[in-house]
Design a protein around this ligand. Structure first.
Ligand SMILES: [Zn+2]
Ligand SMILES: [Zn+2]
Length: 397
């Protein structure tokens, strides 16, 4: 590891951050139920002298820290707090104490790193302006970022830019990865219900068959990406559920298909939504059955602003050196609700390497655990980012 070393204050907080992180890991809470977690966050921020606001987007918390020097500029740093509805399989001491709940995405670590940064900056607020520490609920599928925005996040706490990070197993410890433009995908869901006249499995000619229609539709859906999307663009259409039928000898009268669609641009997203609907209706018609089509746009793509990304790259290089920052990372087709914040404000979402991810230690795996070795790196990134944006040598906005 070649990074030049985080600031002493952050280094001294390492044992604290690890203790907070493991305590959060042992007490995971899922979307909008983060009562204990947000309570702990608020209590600590208050103890360190921040101005704390709770109940934003149900369980969201914002801690506001003013710099020692006067300044009009303000930025937002964001961490997510929620866990997943999974049963942890780890057996170490800090394993989940909550049945069917698990920090399998490292949001315990994200929360601990941002807390560490808040404490370090509260002890030495050597900047001009305001930092809002945003702790959001419900990142995992329930749009906690949007809930906070709808609850007036950026009216109550105006910021010029907003910043996020995620730990990334499979990427070396001591490295950062980012890219300008889309870095995570739009994550949509669809449900198609085919309805016909079921009947005897031996007399298909007396009814209509939703099963063969469903089979055609599943295959045809795969041609949306291969035949209608520009090969240079990225997209995924996955049918992940097929429900229908109860008896060996009876053709059912309904089959329901469900799945997910991923895309990195609005045009591709529109095309998938439209084509899948056309296919559902026309393939159903070809089989003499009817289709009901529901397409739900969930998270938008997570799009990094070019200027903020260039600045993040500069900050990351100052911590781990040029060789350990990839400014041209690949987007992934996973989703991230920080996307909603980036729709409102320019900013940047970076990936912090968490190590090889051996023995199932991958995101959303029941054997995952956040790598405590990166707590100081993440916290250092936050502190350096504030110094770069609001510190004495910061260029004018
Ligand atoms: Zn996750
Ligand atoms: Zn996550």
């Amino acid at each position: 590891m070649t990074y030049t070393g985080p600031m002493e204050r952050i280094e001294a907080l390492r044992p604290d951050m690890q203790a907070w992180r493991r305590d959060l890991h042992a007490h995971p809470e899922i979307a909008y139920q983060e009562e204990r977690t947000s309570g702990l966050v608020a209590e600590k921020l208050r103890a360190w002298g921040l101005d704390v606001h709770t109940g934003i987007g149900k369980t969201g918390v914002v801690g506001t820290l003013k710099g020692r020097h006067p300044g009009e500029r303000a930025i937002g740093l964001r961490a997510d707090m929620d866990a997943l509805p999974l049963q942890e399989t780890n057996t170490f001491e800090h394993r989940s104490q909550n049945e069917g709940r698990m920090h399998a995405c490292g949001h315990d670590g994200h929360t601990a790193m941002l807390l560490g940064a808040a404490k370090a900056m509260a002890e030495a607020p050597e900047f001009a302006g305001t930092v809002h520490f945003i702790f959001q609920p419900a990142e995992e599928g329930e749009a906690g970022a949007r809930a906070m925005i709808e609850d007036g996040l950026f009216q109550r706490f105006p910021v010029e830019s907003v910043w996020g990070l995620h730990n990334w197993p499979g990427q070396d410890v001591g490295t950062f990865d980012v890219r300008p433009g889309p870095i995570m995908a739009a994550t949509d869901t669809f449900r198609i219900t085919l309805t016909g006249h079921g009947g005897h499995g031996a007399m298909p000619h007396l009814g209509t068959d939703v099963v063969t229609a469903a089979a055609s539709l599943v295959s045809a859906a795969q041609t949306i990406v291969s035949r209608t999307i520009n090969p240079i663009d990225s997209a995924v259409v996955s049918v992940t559920m097929i429900h229908g039928g109860e008896a060996f000898n009876a053709i059912p009268s309904t089959v329901t298909l469900g799945g997910t669609a991923r895309s990195l641009s609005p045009q591709v997203r529109d095309t998938i939504e439209q084509r899948l609907g056309e296919m559902a209706h026309h393939i159903a018609a070809a089989h003499g059955v009817s289709a009901e089509y529901h397409y739900q746009r969930r998270y938008p793509p997570t799009v990094n602003a070019p200027d903020e990304t260039a600045l993040a790259v500069e900050v990351m290089r100052s911590i781990v050196g040029e060789a350990n920052v990839n400014p041209d990372g690949q987007p992934t087709m996973g989703g991230e609700d920080f996307a909603f914040m980036l729709q409102e404000k320019p900013g940047c979402y970076v990936r912090l390497g968490a190590g090889p991810g051996q023995a199932g230690c991958m995101l959303h795996n029941t054997g995952y655990d956040f790598n405590d070795d990166i707590l100081t790196l993440g916290a250092t990134y936050w502190v350096r980012l504030v110094q770069r944006l609001l510190g004495p040598d910061a260029p004018p906005a």
